[in-house]
Design a protein around this ligand. Structure first.
Ligand code: HXC
Length: 266
């Protein structure tokens, strides 16, 4: 791998796996790490042979937050004038779906990174939380906005103002994660069960046409940003636009002919 703080592989056809790899700091998200992460994600997003991405960390930590030691001595003028953390938003502009596979700590910026992904799968050991308040700050990577969208005001307030850590079960109940993956190791698979499951899901997604997948992602994301009438209009227009694709002709012909479709992402 050309990277120092992350690992990039392609464990399944059309699926990129990006692993945060700063074990000594529990994958604390330093600026150099984030730079590499953004670069790797952009490469995968622009690679026509990749359809979906999985982002993970280690068994002990998805990521224990932004790098506190790096932030400690920064001043207001420095963080404001450089728009510190603005580059964290790059992951939101990826067109391909990203599944976060979370084991262990996903705290502060680590939780925010997971929330920027499209789907979160959690191991039963996952521990989410927004401890920024204990450090004299607040979430700065979208936590107050994205968490509130998902869990509502009262719970978001509680979590942001107390810094309380919450586990996989609560996260699933509140809709923060889509599924908790049980811990039995899959025989012959080197990955953690939660990563294995994320790769299976990514492969499933990769078996469909990329154009429809990207349109689906764009439409769901619009639901969080747009008024309902605009979101519905965008959805319908995207739906219409897919009738210009070969994949729509192929998918519907395959159904009518009782065969498997062969999507060409065109
Ligand atoms: C820098 C970190 C770190 C972090 C852990 N480490 N988290 N370094 N930034 N966020 C380092 C520790 O300093 C230590 O280094 C090593 O990783 C192992 O951590 P320990 O604390 O020894 O492990 P453990 O006792 O198992 O405790 C795990 C932990 C604890 C509960 C996760 O590390 C912890 O509380 N970390 C900070 C969590 C946090 O507050 N995150 C939010 C950060 S603020 P040494 O050198 O001592 O071995 C934030 C702001 C985001 O994210 C806003 C914008 C996105």
């Amino acid at each position: 791998s050309a990277f120092e703080h992350i690992l990039v592989s392609r464990p399944r056809p059309s699926v990129a796996l990006v692993t945060l790899n700063r074990p000594k700091a529990l994958n604390a998200l330093s600026s150099p790490l984030f730079k590499e992460l953004n670069h790797a994600l952009e490469l995968a997003d622009n690679d026509k042979d990749i359809s979906s991405l999985v982002l993970t960390g280690s068994e002990k930590a998805f990521a224990a937050g932004a790098d506190i030691k790096e932030m400690q001595s920064k001043t207001f003028s420095e963080v404001y004038s450089t728009d510190f953390l603005a580059n964290w938003a790059a992951i939101k502009s990826l067109r391909k779906p990203v599944i976060a596979a979370v084991s262990g700590y996903a705290l502060g910026g680590g939780a925010e990174l997971a929330l920027m992904c499209d789907i979160i799968l959690a191991s039963p050991t996952a521990k989410f939380g927004f401890p920024e308040i204990t450090l004299g700050v607040i979430p700065g990577g979208g936590g107050t906005q994205r968490l509130t969208n998902i869990v509502g005001k009262s719970k978001a307030m509680e979590l942001v103002l107390t810094g309380r850590v919450f586990g996989a079960e609560e996260a699933e109940r509140w809709g923060v994660v889509s599924k908790v993956v049980q811990t039995e190791k899959v025989p012959g698979d080197e990955h953690l069960p939660v990563v294995h499951e994320a790769l299976e899901m990514a492969s499933k997604i990769a078996s469909f046409g990329q154009l429809a997948t990207q349109a689906g992602k764009e439409a769901v994301n619009a639901a969080l940003d747009l008024p309902l009438s605009e979101g519905l209009r965008l959805e319908r227009r995207l739906f219409h636009s897919l009738f210009a694709t070969n994949d729509q002709k192929e998918g519907m012909a395959a159904f009518a002919e009782k065969r498997k479709p062969n999507f060409t992402h065109s």
